[in-house]
Design a binder for this molecule. Structure first.
Ligand code: SAH
Length: 216
């Protein structure tokens, strides 16, 4: 099967049949070539129903989790989005097609470069990549309408709550190092409301408000 056929099959079997309903997300995920976001030698795993290693002990998330988090985030075409944990750049690429602008922070310099190259292949120009500890956020560019953390977080980083716009939504895998729950944080009248979704398992968020001090 060609990558395109595998991609369509993934969207049908892993997303639609598991209740991902947002038509725009299904459309975008049937268009963005996920194989371009993997190390060459692992491109054949692009449409597997699982995370895939991208080097440096990190992974590109399972397609279903990318779709689910994007759906919970309720992205609009006027949104400024902040992502913590760029990794391969795949999640940022999906967001770039749904939002106005995406800022994404990665702590590993080599991965930031990898993501930069991947996004360039698709001529994506509304994603801005930064290297650093994303748990601190990006106060110069705040507020953000949406914030997505794509690494396992032991707490909701305080700075990120502050940088979320009124009415904004943050999605993160919240829990301990071995198991987390996809959590939606909504900011209403300066207060936060919390909703819980699926169980998941991510690589750890490191840094000031992560599991350990990251040293970046
Ligand atoms: N969204 C990515 C997958 C992310 S894997 C994709 O679509 O491919 C999680 C990433 O978070 C890893 O690359 C890891 O290095 C990064 N990370 C962990 N802690 C971080 C922090 N404090 N700030 C920024 N990036 C962090």
């Amino acid at each position: 099967m060609s990558f395109e056929e595998l991609r369509k099959k993934m969207v049908k079997e892993q997303l639609e049949q598991r209740n991902i309903k947002n038509k725009e997300i299904l459309q975008v995920m049937s268009e963005i070539p996920r194989e371009l976001f993997l190390p060459l030698e692992l491109a054949n795993l692009a449409y597997e129903d699982s995370p895939v290693p991208i080097g440096y002990g990190q992974t590109i998330s399972q397609p279903f989790i990318v779709a689910r988090m994007t759906e919970i985030l309720e992205v609009k075409n006027t949104d400024r989005v902040l992502e913590i944990g760029t990794g391969s750049g795949y999640q940022a690429a999906i967001l770039s097609k749904l939002a106005k602008v995406v800022f994404s922070i990665e702590r590993i310099g080599e991965l930031k470069k990898f993501a930069e190259e991947n996004l360039k292949k698709l001529n994506i120009e509304n994603v801005f990549l930064m290297r650093g500890d994303g748990t601190i956020g990006l106060s110069n560019y705040a507020p953000f309408n949406k914030i997505i953390i794509t690494a396992a977080a032991p707490q909701i980083p305080k700075n990120l709550i502050d940088q979320l716009a009124e009415g904004g939504i943050m999605v993160l895998p919240l829990g301990d190092i071995s198991l987390q729950v996809l959590t939606k944080v909504i900011k209403v009248d300066g207060q936060i409301k919390i909703e819980k979704y699926d169980y998941c398992r991510f690589v750890p968020l490191l840094g000031k408000y992560g599991f350990f001090e990251s040293g970046v």
